[in-house]
Design a protein around this ligand. Structure first.
Ligand code: NAD
Length: 255
């Protein structure tokens, strides 16, 4: 029996086949899950095309996490494909280039606000929008980049990730009584579209492998996707508000 046998999962963030979420969806299906994808309206065609590369083609529901209309329609649109949800994956991040790449002191609030809206507040927005479909128990899993530190070039996206990590803890508090767990995977750098959109991403990635006791391959999203699947499974039944590091061990080293 697969790790996720019979689980009904909503997976956001499949843009292309390098997306972390693509590998989450692929592994989840291999482990027995039924997967529904979401994509912002302008990207649904691209996501539908990528979905054909999964073991089973998955339906795509339109969802821009900043659209109140999309959020209000999410449960109904998802219900066309599954009768409930055992898990939701938040794999969404965006910040205007002006707030990353060494512009911390110059960034304008409107651009910072976009980063926080799309990358942090959206975890609450997504969880609440999916709530009418959530089973008991259910698992919400998101992706972060360790927000305890000031990284080179990450700038306001790092601040947005700190807000995201805090949002996960408050959601864990408020949804726990409904049987909903909320956990994050803190991944090391992986060469995806979002990552290469960060001006100077090389500076974040540089030396990671040398610092990681286990080594690190930034072209391999599979270890991260596996951890997400594990958190979606029944094997973390008493874990919530947690951040699991999948970074080769860098977070635990002194330098
Ligand atoms: P990606 O570019 O493949 O995925 C980012 C996704 O965000 C895309 O699918 C995009 O459609 C979605 N998105 C952006 N704006 C949206 C909106 N308004 N509404 C709905 N969806 C929206 O890149 P990825 O690296 O797979 O990113 C997934 C998650 O992993 C992000 O939260 C990212 O911060 C996190 N993460 C990435 C790395 C890395 O090095 N790649 C490391 C740690 C954490």
């Amino acid at each position: 029996m697969g790790l996720l046998e019979g689980k009904r999962l909503l997976v956001t963030g499949v843009l292309v086949d390098t997306s972390i979420a693509f590998h989450v969806a692929r592994l989840a299906q291999q482990e027995g899950a039924r997967v529904v994808l979401t994509a912002p309206g302008r990207q649904t065609r691209l996501t539908s095309a990528v979905s054909r590369r999964l073991p089973q083609e998955a339906p795509v529901v339109p969802l821009d996490v900043t659209s109140d209309e999309d959020l209000a329609a999410l449960a109904e649109r998802t219900r066309e494909h599954v009768d409930g949800l055992d898990g939701v994956v938040h794999s969404i991040g965006f910040a205007p280039q002006s707030v990353m790449g060494g512009h911390f002191l110059d960034a304008a609030w409107d651009d910072v606000a976009t980063a926080v809206h799309v990358s942090a507040y959206s975890l609450k927005a997504l969880a609440v929008a999916a709530q009418p479909l959530l089973a008991t128990p259910a698992s919400v899993v998101g992706l972060t980049f360790d927000a305890r530190y000031a990284w080179p070039v990450y700038d306001w996206m790092g601040v947005a990730k700190a807000a995201f990590e805090s949002t996960a803890r408050y959601l864990a508090r408020d949804l726990g009584p409904e049987g909903v767990r909320v956990n994050l995977v803190s991944a090391g750098p992986i060469r995806t579209t979002a990552a290469t959109h960060i001006p100077g991403f090389d500076q974040m990635e540089g030396g990671w492998s040398a610092r990681a006791p286990l080594g690190w391959d930034s072209s391999d999203p599979e270890p991260t996707a596996r951890a997400v699947c594990a958190l979606l499974s029944d094997w973390f039944p008493a874990t919530t508000g947690e951040v699991v590091h999948v970074d080769g061990g860098v977070h635990a080293m002194g330098q």
